[in-house]
Design a protein around this ligand. Structure first.
Ligand SMILES: Cc1ncc(COP(=O)(O)O)c(C=O)c1O
Length: 366
């Protein structure tokens, strides 16, 4: 029994280390996870009641089309419901995009380094990934344009980019889209867009109205704090959404996910408070990194990548021993950097205290 040829070389996804595993392995009672860009403040208090009410319906299949949720999200964004597609996380929307649009031999363009699920899903479909190096941690949009050929089907732009946290502005994305051929679908992955405070973030809803070949991806896993429930969505032209719906599994988002997301989207005060706390946390970390003479990429989401000037695996392990889980850049293409999620004030302070100890014990990389 042989699996299909396009998957034999694929690595199995390595997630951030789970808290329970670290506690068990290291005999720690308190562990802080700043590794997966989750919301340190949880989710809207309204979510709990919505989930409790949904328990009465667990024997019933969910609404495959997520009608109620679609209506609420459509209204909040000012789009039509046939412009939305929901998935089990935006991960599943990425998978469905690859499944709907790519065949063996197609080309797809993305940054190096960026969110790994684009390449992963494209390769499963047998497409060739053309990776365009980042410039100073930011998407090189001119380089990506130059990489487009007649065979290109999808261009992926992660904005802000995971793992570097950098962003491309509205003006940059507009100039880029004006030059992208109409046969190419441009995916704007905006998993962290709600954290943005620059006033320069692309207005993707407006862009989707203007370009049929643009789809934006959003998620309830980050600022909405529902990562465990797996719900994300795409916003695009109805024709693009219809194609994705054709490959969607019938009941891909659960009743709990839909009910929680519905309650969460109606509580925008919670989102505002999380954004404000994130901005304050980011400012604190940037000040601390500056004092430690460490260079960080400009961060526009709820995480920051900082160059610690030492082997990332050693810094990762040093922090882990102190009960702090972050992402080592050695896993992400940045051997002397770490990626850390902005936590609560207390978590950020504990992280910085631990980092200072680790920097003192790990030798600087020559
Ligand atoms: C850029 C980006 N896109 C998509 C996802 C997937 O999120 P989810 O499947 O939880 O919606 C993540 C998760 O870390 C991400 O960082």
């Amino acid at each position: 029994m042989k699996p299909k040829q396009t998957i034999v070389h694929l690595p199995v996804y390595q997630p951030g280390k789970p808290i329970e595993e670290v506690k068990r392995e290291l005999g720690l009672t308190e562990v802080i996870k700043l590794a997966s860009n989750e919301n340190p403040f949880g989710s809207s208090p309204n979510v709990k009641a919505a989930l409790e009410a949904e328990i009465a319906n667990i024997s019933l299949y969910p609404d495959g089309g997520a009608v109620q949720l679609s209506e609420a999200v459509a209204q909040s964004l000012g789009v039509a419901t046939n412009q939305l597609i929901f998935g089990a996380g935006s991960d599943e929307v990425i998978l469905m995009l690859a499944r709907a649009f790519l065949v063996q031999g197609d080309e797809t363009v993305m940054a190096s380094h960026t969110f790994p699920q684009y390449k992963h899903n494209c390769e499963i479909e047998g497409a060739v990934s053309i990776e365009v190096p980042l410039i100073d941690g930011t998407h090189d949009l001119d380089g990506m344009l130059a990489a487009i050929t007649d065979k290109t089907k999808i261009v992926w732009i992660c904005n802000p980019n995971n793992p570097t946290g950098t962003m491309n502005t509205d003006a940059e994305i507009k100039a880029f889209l004006a030059k992208v051929p109409a046969h190419v679908l441009v995916v704007l992955d905006e998993a962290y867009c709600e954290y943005n405070t620059t006033g320069q973030f692309p207005n993707s809803i407006e862009l989707i109205g203007q370009y049929r070949n643009v789809i934006a991806l959003r998620t309830f896993s980050k600022i909405y704090g529902l990562a465990s429930l797996r719900v994300g969505y795409g916003i695009g032209h109805p024709d693009v959404i219809r194609s994705i719906n054709q490959v969607r599994e019938p009941f891909n988002t659960s009743r709990f996910a839909q009910a929680a997301a519905l309650a969460a989207v109606k509580d925008q005060d919670f989102i505002t408070s999380c954004r404000e706390a994130n901005t304050a946390g980011l400012q604190y970390l940037n000040e601390q990194f500056a004092q430690l003479d460490l260079h960080a990429f400009p961060a526009h989401g709820n995480f920051i990548m900082v160059n610690v000037g030492r082997p990332a695996a050693d810094v990762f392990n040093g922090l882990l021993r102190r009960g702090i889980i972050i992402r080592g850049g050695h896993m992400l293409g940045f051997p002397t950097s770490i990626r850390v999620t902005i936590g609560s004030r207390e978590q950020n302070e504990k992280f910085i205290a631990a980092l200072k100890e680790v920097l003192a014990e790990v030798a600087v990389q020559a």
